[in-house]
Design a protein around this ligand. Structure first.
Ligand SMILES: [Zn+2]
Length: 57
């Protein structure tokens, strides 16, 4: 967890397009989740990672 928070953008990029761990058919996409950047499953909607302190694009 600490690892994902320390390098947020790289982790998000790495997660994007990966299969979901929580359902069979999902693919992770970059989305906003509750106002934060996250990689969210496009099938079940489970957020894989969220980042709070990262600003800019
Ligand atoms: Zn899923």
């Amino acid at each position: 967890m600490a690892e994902s928070l320390s390098s947020g953008r790289g982790v998000l990029s790495a997660l994007e397009g990966r299969g979901c761990e929580f359902c069979a058919d999902g693919t992770l996409v970059r989305e906003r989740y509750k106002g934060n950047r996250a990689a969210v499953c496009d099938s079940c909607g489970t957020p894989r990672a969220q980042f709070w302190a990262i600003s800019g694009e």
